[in-house]
Design a protein around this ligand. Sequence first.
Ligand SMILES: NC(=O)c1ccc[n+]([C@@H]2O[C@H](COP(=O)([O-])OP(=O)(O)OC[C@H]3O[C@@H](n4cnc5c(N)ncnc54)[C@H](O)[C@@H]3O)[C@@H](O)[C@H]2O)c1
Length: 349
Amino acid sequence: MLLQPSKKALVPFVSVENMMHLVHHVGIETMLAELTDAIEDDFRRWESFDKTPRVASHSPEGVIELMPTSDHETYGFKYVNGHPKNMSQGLQTVTAFGLLAEVSTGYPVLLSEMTLLTALRTAATSAMAARHLAPKNSRVMAMIGSGAQSEFQALAMKVVVGIEEVRFYDIDFRATEKAVRNLADSGLRVVACRSAEEAIEGAQIVTTCTADKQFATILTDNMIGRGIHINAIGGDCPGKTELHRDILLRSDTFVEYPPQTRIEGEIQQMDPDYPVTELWRVITGLSEGRRDTNQITLFDSVGFAIEDFSALRYVRNRLKGTDLFLELDLLADPDDPRDLFGMLLRAKG
Ligand SMILES: NC(=O)c1ccc[n+]([C@@H]2O[C@H](COP(=O)([O-])OP(=O)(O)OC[C@H]3O[C@@H](n4cnc5c(N)ncnc54)[C@H](O)[C@@H]3O)[C@@H](O)[C@H]2O)c1
């Protein structure tokens, strides 16, 4: 009896298994659309959040990051890694979990897997940016990199932007075959391409989502025609970029949080005062997004803490009325709050 935790000790926990059930319970397309709106709602109240560049611990193999934020009612953080070489050892490049807590007491109110949720929120954020920046009536997207994130990106662009055809390219053709197979019933026209040039043919949106722990050049200047929207996701660490610098010089660049993007994004290749527009300002109408049909727009995505906060809050709301979580005995809860030691003694053999 003594070891039975009280209600106050329990924190709802969403396992990977329950997250998978939740996605199918809601419907993946509905969830991507709702997540896009949830993230956009929080971008509209951007100024009410605490913001800081994420705390990154780098190694030769990859990076481990903590991503905190708060709206002064709720606090959230995500733990996430990025290890491009993991794949060759049968491990994922990106894994994550996250937590929400009540600011008034500091008590956690949700702990969740976020590997799947990161793929969903990254896709939703891409779609949100494209909704504001891509050419009107965009129907074709090139997807460079057919890894873990790629199908999520394709589906979100279908649901939110109206993309009908996605043209996949990856240096490893087996990854492209996997994506084509996974999206067979998606309602998208899915094309497997043998080169990045082939993938880009006829595309209004070009998404780059590759993983390499070094400066890479996935796109060169001659590949990008006028009017294109580039959704650059894979360049998200110091020393890890995907676009040739000349593309940036021809583009208008939109970012999440400049102090973080200047360290991690494509713009790390540019001077520290290189002009960028914050996406929240476009969403709220404070800054101009796409001006004309010739403009090249670039969303230099690195992933920001507010997107994870929005996704965790969305999951917390969506869990209501379901049994898709476990009650985790996460918090010590002595009968007398000052008698933590007494609680420990009572558990002794
Ligand atoms: N911006 C964000 O918010 C955000 C969120 C999640 C992941 N990411 C980043 O997105 C990238 C992809 O993540 P993932 O989970 O899909 O990784 P993944 O390892 O599952 O897939 C990456 C794919 O890129 C391919 N690739 C590598 N070099 C290439 C090249 N030169 N041309 C074409 N394809 C190439 C690989 O073969 C692999 O299939 C990573 O760099 C990750 O850090 C960014």
